[in-house]
Ligand binder design. Sequence first.
Ligand SMILES: N[C@@H](CCC(=O)N[C@@H](CS)C(=O)NCC(=O)O)C(=O)O
Length: 205
Amino acid sequence: MKLYDDPMSGNGYKARLLLAHLSLPYQYIPIDILRGESKTKEFLQKNLNGRIPVLELDDGKHLPESNAILYFLSQGAAYWPADIFAQAQVMQWLFFEQYSHEPNIATPRFWLKTKILEDTSFNRELLAQKQRAGNQALAVMNEHLASRTFFVGERYTIADIALYAYTHVAGEGGFDLSQYPAVVAWLQRVREQSRHVTINQWVAA
Ligand SMILES: N[C@@H](CCC(=O)N[C@@H](CS)C(=O)NCC(=O)O)C(=O)O
């Protein structure tokens, strides 16, 4: 297997983290999105949408979209529950992550890390809007986790992996996680899972 990914990407980190939990060897192919490497003709054959991460299977098939990669890799493993309602609840949080969480937490992180805000024409009100929506998502997570150890069924699943990826680096997007104590405690439980890797590590083939 190969993973096309940019090392700073939280979406790519979701795949890296699950691959590490599963002890699956893979080849890591760095793609520099800031240099347009995800928009080349060659890359667009792997993902027409021009984005990382993309998982390449040994038979040459390509799978883009981080949460689809999590679903695919977790089949038959403990990170995907057996119960159908619990499966639907995992999906519930994967969709929450993509609609309410990632666009509002990953984007401010990207803007601040790449210093794009130093461009005076950039609308800082847009940053404030994203941060307000991101804080709403963190508040939802905090309330849900106040009486639970993990997002679904009291077990660590791909819902936790998907939500951990950008939550644990939310500070880089200007978010104050100390306002969300249940989230902070959950982040620590995620870090304690076996074969955890940080966002800066990956297991090469
Ligand atoms: N919904 C996609 C989002 C993928 C995505 O936005 N990837 C970013 C990096 S985190 C990217 O490739 N950006 C390059 C671009 O938009 O040109 C997923 O979850 O994988």
